[in-house]
Design a protein around this ligand. Structure first.
Ligand code: AMP
Length: 374
């Protein structure tokens, strides 16, 4: 396999038409590349900024092969592309990341086993394939616990919290017959995430850790850097670097962690792509996560992850998020963007905004003051 960087003017293919692909395409354009977006939906956020587009289902192997021959490298911006589609593409064009990263991250059982194998602690868990498995697993792990579908779950979809035995039947009814995983409910004190980029040459760069706040299971706010001890942040960065290496990933990867009272970090999810909790990086770091994604898949050296500002990122979600937009445009120290989506349905990520603060001032500023500014 050639490891020479793609020359200026080359084309990066992106599977997926969402905002992550849109921001990757915009960053790639700054480096002189074109992007060709492949997605089932026309006029998607990514397609609006792409140099070329293919509208077809991910299962359309002929369309995928045509796309593969029209581009110089392929990446993906969400992890639910069928592995078989990536296999078909890999036969005609380099895919970065490759099938291993995709398949591990599509399945919570594989993901948990992989994290543990990479030395990242995880919450106790059991595979659940039958109603009997569910009872036996609850007996072993205790309650409360969280029952999740192993595939295609995101933003809290496809999961149920079990608080008492009476909850089991309803949760089983709702989530079966899909394969399920039961996780012990962990009393975390904070959710944090760490992001790494890994280049074609195997070099790894990690960003400062973000502290994440969810509302109705959807990321609402990220604070960077996380207000946690330096040693804990270093540990999270080591974990994500290890994950990038163990996946042999080329591109950007994020790991979400639960931080426990005693300082332990439990790995929850891996996203083999730029991540919502890293949306502060383009404005607060020398090279943001989308530029790193473009650099890595193009075989360029990685950029510096050095942070030159503290930041608070707020997602603009649904109608309430859009109602904030006019104020965000006029707010001092705030920079925002919209993703070009249509109707602001409840729960839909329409855009985000970053409040930038002088380096080192986030931790000492009252949260109410910060949130009053964004
Ligand atoms: P996930 O889809 O795995 O990211 O889960 C969505 C959210 O549910 C997480 O951000 C947590 O707030 C919560 N959650 C998921 N798994 C657990 C768990 N094992 N213990 C406690 N809370 C959890």
């Amino acid at each position: 396999m050639s490891t020479a960087p793609l020359p200026p003017g080359a084309t990066i293919g992106i599977l997926g038409g969402g905002q992550l692909g849109r921001m990757t395409a915009m960053a790639a354009a700054r480096l002189g590349y074109r992007c060709h977006v492949f997605a089932p939906e026309a006029d998607s956020p990514g397609m609006q900024v792409a140099a070329a587009r293919t509208v077809a289902p991910y299962e359309d192997i002929m369309a995928l092969e045509r796309f593969g021959r029209a581009v110089d490298v392929v990446t993906f911006e969400f992890e639910n592309v069928p592995v078989a589609s990536l296999d078909a593409l890999e036969a005609v064009v380099p895919c970065r990341p490759g099938r291993r990263a995709l398949s591990v991250c599509q399945d919570r059982l594989q993901e948990k086993a992989f994290l543990a194998g990479a030395g990242v602690p995880v919450a106790p868990w059991r595979a659940v394939h039958s109603r009997e498995d569910l009872s036996a697993s609850v007996a072993e792990l205790g309650l409360p616990a969280v029952l999740k579908t192993t595939r295609l779950g995101y933003d809290g979809r496809g999961q149920a919290v079990l608080r008492e035995d009476a909850d089991l039947d309803a949760a089983w009814e709702r989530l079966s017959p899909r394969p399920l995983i039961l996780e012990a409910f962990v009393p975390f004190v904070m959710e944090v995430s760490a992001i790494a980029a890994r280049g074609l040459d195997g070099s790894v760069a990690t960003y400062d850790v973000a502290e994440n706040r969810h509302a109705r299971h959807i990321l609402d706010l990220s604070f960077a850097p996380a207000r946690i001890p330096a040693a804990t942040a270093e540990q999270a960065r080591r974990h994500v670097a290890r994950v990038a290496e163990a996946l042999d990933l080329v591109g950007v990867v994020a790991v979400e962690f639960f931080l426990m009272e005693d300082g332990t970090l439990l790995g929850n999810e891996i996203a083999p792509r730029p991540h919502n909790s890293g949306h502060w990086t383009p404005e607060a770091c020398i090279a943001g996560q989308f530029e790193q994604q473009a650099r890595a898949v193009a075989g360029l050296p990685l950029g510096a992850t050095t942070r030159h500002a503290d930041a608070v990122m707020r997602n603009l979600i649904g109608p309430e998020g859009m109602a904030r937009w006019p104020a965000i445009l006029g707010a001092p120290g705030v920079v925002g963007q919209l993703y070009g989506k249509g109707a602001p349905r409840p729960g839909r990520k329409m855009g985000h905004a970053n409040l930038l603060l002088p380096l080192g001032t986030l931790a000492e500023t009252e949260e109410a003051v910060l949130l009053g500014r964004i």
